[in-house]
Ligand binder design. Structure first.
Ligand SMILES: *Cc1c(COP(=O)(O)O)cnc(C)c1O
Length: 450
């Protein structure tokens, strides 16, 4: 498809430019300091793989606003659907005067999520809210209290989801006390696990701890990201997810796949659970679902979601009609432009390059990911000690050259690629060239420091 903005990187000022700097000054006077931004550059426009800043710089977007704008940040079909719905009505509240768009989204989710069993959905505003509601359903249905989450997990910033999230700083520090009955188990992390530990063995390690420390019949739910996002794009060893799902099914435990980051074509399938044939009892979704409009969902087995008492699930804005219109347009674009295939193409273009680079640069400990969710874990040369300062330096170097790249990881040492799925091959290739230059510069520094 043709894009509105030229799909070319171009810098007309140093970054941040004077207008961005002025906004940073205004911001400091009125915006809470606790709200951070990865880059001090302010957006004026965004389209395809380009973010145009307020100083006229065209930056390559390799972050998609954290895996949100898979179809781009201003896809004409999404923009038109939003405008048309906003012109009719922006809100009535689905709990007061319902409307068709909500039902249409639920129909799409029933068709797209893994498994061909009867499904029901409920819509919300944010990923954290979806996770909260999945846990509410699991506790209500099972009559059990305990919830199992994993090391390196990220599930959100509300009280319950902070408790589920693994990393203290910056997500949890000073924000407790947290909701009780959350238990954390070891994740399958092939790069850092004992060499040769299989997925089945890693699952057995977790299950043994669950049974010994909690007792299976006290566990309401196991919640896991099929590929961990904020925790470092950790792809568990093959067999880990299926073994956990099987154990959950055998013990009446609700298996929740948190696909907020991995969902909607990002990993080369509609949902990352599909890569291992896992059929979750409940899937949580948000981020990529609505082309940038705030929408979240849980979709799960009909007998689970229908067991909650009427009125037990909801929220004023949940399933907002404008957000639903955006989701329907986004899903249609993903289907007609076959964006799962586009994500696999991005993997084909990027992964071999990153793997080659890993052989050349001592600071690259691991390269991993699926589809358009790829990562480079940076370490001190000669070992596996995390190098967060290098990840920061590489992202800063890339930004100086006009590429927005995000970091992540429990140790802050992972460079992650989450390009819009609609990014063109040439633009992606230019972005990867810049990343390569930034990594080479970082490697030089890393070697020197050692
Ligand atoms: C981002 C994220 C969340 C939280 O979503 P919000 O919309 O920020 O509340 C939950 N789970 C995962 C896996 C995420 O990546």
């Amino acid at each position: 498809m043709t894009q509105r903005l030229p799909q070319r990187r171009s810098l007309v000022t140093a970054l941040p430019g004077p207008r961005s700097q002025a906004l940073t000054t205004r911001r400091a006077a009125v915006v809470a300091a606790g709200v951070g931004s990865s880059v001090p550059v302010y957006a004026a426009d965004a389209d395809g793989g380009i973010i145009l800043d307020v100083d006229g710089n065209s930056l390559i977007d390799l972050g998609s606003g954290i895996a949100v704008t898979g179809v781009g940040a201003s896809h004409p079909a999404v923009a038109a659907a939003v405008a048309a719905q906003a012109a009719r009505f922006t809100h009535t509240c689905f709990m007061v005067t319902p409307y068709e768009g909500y039902i249409q989204v639920a129909e799409e989710l029933a068709a797209l999520t893994p498994g061909d069993h009867a499904k029901r959905s409920a819509l919300f505003n944010s990923g954290a809210e979806a996770v909260e509601n999945a846990i509410k359903v699991a506790r209500s249905v099972t009559g059990r209290g305990a919830v199992v989450a994993f090391d390196h997990a990220y599930h959100g910033r509300t009280n319950l989801t902070m408790a589920l999230t693994a990393k203290a700083s910056p997500y949890k520090s000073h924000f407790g006390p947290f909701t009780p009955e959350i238990y954390r188990m070891p994740m399958s992390y092939p790069y850092r696990d004992r060499p040769g530990l299989s997925g089945a063995q890693a699952a057995a390690r977790a299950v043994e701890l669950i049974e010994r420390q909690i007792g299976a019949d006290s566990v309401a739910a196991v919640i896991i990201e099929p590929i961990q996002g904020e925790g470092g794009f950790i792809v568990p060893a093959p067999g880990f997810l299926p073994a956990l799902a099987q154990w959950a099914a055998a013990h009446g435990v609700v298996f929740i796949a948190d696909e907020v980051q991995t969902g909607f074509a990002r990993t080369g399938a509609w949902f990352a659970s599909e890569h291992e044939g896992v059929v979750p009892d409940i899937v949580t979704m948000a981020k990529g679902i609505a082309g940038g409009m705030p929408l979240a969902a849980i979709t799960g087995r009909a007998e689970l979601l229908d067991a909650v008492h009427p009125g037990g699930l909801g929220g004023t804005y949940g399933g907002n009609p404008v957000a639903c219109a955006a989701a329907l347009a986004t899903i249609d674009v993903m289907r007609t432009e076959d964006l799962p295939a586009r994500a696999r193409r991005i993997e084909q273009l990027a992964l071999p390059r990153l793997r080659t680079l890993a052989k050349e640069l001592d600071i690259i400990g691991d390269v991993r990911g699926r589809g358009a969710m790829l990562a480079v874990e940076l370490v001190r040369p000669g070992g596996a000690d995390p190098a967060p300062e290098l990840a920061k330096a590489v992202a800063a170097e890339a930004l100086a050259r006009g590429v927005v790249i995000l970091t992540c990881g429990s140790y802050g040492n992972v460079i992650r690629l989450l390009p819009p799925l609609v990014i063109g091959d040439e633009l992606l290739s230019d972005g990867l060239d810049v990343l390569e230059q930034a990594l080479c510069a970082g490697n030089h520094t890393g070697v020197k420091e050692n």
